[in-house]
Write a protein that binds this ligand. Sequence first.
Ligand code: FAD
Length: 305
Amino acid sequence: MIDDIMQQLLCSVPGLNVKTNEPMSRHTTFRIGGPADLWCRPNTIDELIETVQFATNKGIPFQIIGNGSNLLVRDGGIRGLVIETTALNRIADRDDNVIEVECGVSLSDLVLYAMERSFTGLEFAYGIPGTVGGAVYMNAGAYGGEMKNCVIETDYIDSSGNIHTLAGDEHRFCYRGSFFTEHPECVILRTRLKLSAGDKEKIQECMSELMGKREASQPLQYPSAGSFFKRPKGYYAGKLISDSELRGARCGDAEVSQKHAGFIINAGNANCSDVLCLMETVQSTVKKRFGVDLEPEVKIIGEEK
Ligand SMILES: Cc1cc2nc3c(=O)[nH]c(=O)nc-3n(C[C@H](O)[C@H](O)[C@H](O)COP(=O)(O)OP(=O)(O)OC[C@H]3O[C@@H](n4cnc5c(N)ncnc54)[C@H](O)[C@@H]3O)c2cc1C
């Protein structure tokens, strides 16, 4: 059955890089996740569009992913098709300090590209290990900056396979959300960012300073999906967890980082059940101690084993 669908997909999108039964642990920064029935990595935006249209026309469920750096995939894996965007990595200059970026461009590559042109406004994103698509989807942010401040237009494909463009406020950016978190069936193709002319040396300094802060405060040597919980209004998740004496707490090989209590790390061979068990322990302990509900920032997808 899955092999049949793969053959049909290859007839519709010849040359597509596609695999069956592909472990999602290979495609998430947590290094966790059971197999996807079908996984593919389009090489061009046209291939991406044709793949989405194929899945839509055949009624095959699909999940779009970027670098898998904000994902926790359950141990039973993903039924249907996973479409990974990381080969869609072209950047082009447009007029008036605008750059156009395909959805699979890594944020760090984008920041380096902007820096080379002395464009300022994106330094905050240096070191966030996601793609532009993932960052627009959830309005990624750090150190006072967020995607909202520079995204001006985004092309996307809807669930019927039609292409549209969002402009300005239509993105509906908010804390870790956007039009796309409200419409997860839509796929971001490319986005246009408006930046400002700046001083290359100052931009470089700012990037190194922010990277230094990341390295000093985050457990970057371990697989993780970054801050596991959203920031509750009026609090910091990491402080609540630390004040609940949960640093170093474990379920199997999932561990509340000693270095940054807001991170759950994969300290060995953790599976998704380990992380979910630890997540629930953290949520119930913080609720009991401080009466605060912690909501995961990480997207939890796929099926139980
Ligand atoms: C060490 C570490 C540090 C981090 N630091 C930060 C930080 O400072 N700030 C921050 O905001 N985040 C941070 N993150 C989390 C993560 O890197 C960001 O959320 C990033 O934007 C996710 O991008 P991604 O490509 O990995 O998306 P994925 O994890 O692959 O996907 C996340 C969501 O985006 C959707 N998506 C991805 N691409 C598309 C597309 N083309 N169209 C439609 N939907 C799409 C997916 O369906 C999924 O729902 C960190 C993560 C790690 C591991």
